[in-house]
Ligand binder design. Structure first.
Ligand code: PGA
Length: 262
């Protein structure tokens, strides 16, 4: 049974003050909601304050980071190490987001190193994959996604793979208001599940939570979550306001046949 996971990717939004106010409000709005795991991923500068506030709230919301480097420490100006994330109470880390790939040149090989480093530090990777519009239009979605999944997860054991979160995020749906239909999202999420079966076996693949991301809103959450291989959402824009993010969390609960309850 997979517990659904809703993660808010705040990107380069919110000061420390705004971030702390947000999680305070969110904790109030989702108090009493069970059966879903909630993650918020603030910018690095707000991570420690958000983690401290969340542990004070005790609402079960957990902090995640949006990126990290794979080395333990060293002369890597501007980078953040896995141990630094652990120190501030971080539990998850988004890796390979399409904006990282597009603007910062992140490759599947780099994502793979980060996935190994995260696991070595007991951080749970949220590994992002997804095709661009021209790739979808030319019918290569599955090839692209296969390459990204195989590249990012190379060298993992089945046991390591079982603990992962994978986020399918079609690039054309991110921040565009153009959500993939629930059927299209399920098709790719189901394809990813089969790929994971080939790579790691039925048991591990069955344990991996596969999110959908790309213009998720309170109004389309239940339909997406009702798909058998959609186990959660990675949320950008709608995750920046406590009321809409709380709406997504609430609408995700118990919506899908493929998901379990806490
Ligand atoms: P969006 O972003 O919800 O604003 O489309 C999703 C993401 O980039 O993870």
């Amino acid at each position: 049974m997979r517990v659904p996971i809703i993660a808010g990717n705040w990107k380069m939004y919110k000061t420390v003050g705004e971030a702390v106010n947000f999680v305070r409000e969110l904790a109030g709005r989702v108090a009493g909601v069970s059966g879903v795991e909630t993650v918020v991923c603030p910018p690095f500068t707000a991570l420690a304050a958000v983690a401290a506030e969340l542990s004070k709230q005790g609402a079960g919301i957990v902090p995640g980071a949006q990126n990290m480097y794979w080395e333990n420490e060293g002369a890597y100006t501007g980078e953040i190490a896995p141990g630094m994330l652990k120190e501030v109470g971080c539990r998850y880390v988004i890796l390979g987001h399409s904006e990282r790939r597009r603007y910062f040149g992140e490759t599947d090989a780099a994502v793979n190193k980060k996935v190994h480093a995260a696991l070595a530090h007991d951080l749970i990777p949220i590994v992002c994959v997804g095709e661009r519009l021209e790739e979808r239009e030319s019918g290569t979605t599955e090839d692209v996604v296969r390459g990204q999944v195989e590249g990012a997860l190379a060298g993992l054991t089945a046991r390591q793979a079982a603990g992962l979160v994978v986020a399918y995020e079609p690039v054309w749906a991110i921040g565009t208001g153009r959500t993939a239909s629930a059927a299209d999202a399920q098709q790719v999420n189901g394809f990813i599940r089969k790929l994971l079966v080939d790579l790691f076996g039925e048991t591990a693949a069955g344990a991996v939570r596969i999110q959908y991301g790309g213009s998720v809103k309170p109004g389309n959450t239940a339909e997406l979550m009702a798909q058998p291989d959609i186990d959660g959402a990675l949320v950008g824009g709608a995750g920046l306001k406590a009321d809409s993010f709380a709406g997504i969390i609430t609408n995700a609960v118990g919506a899908g046949p493929g998901v379990g309850r806490l």
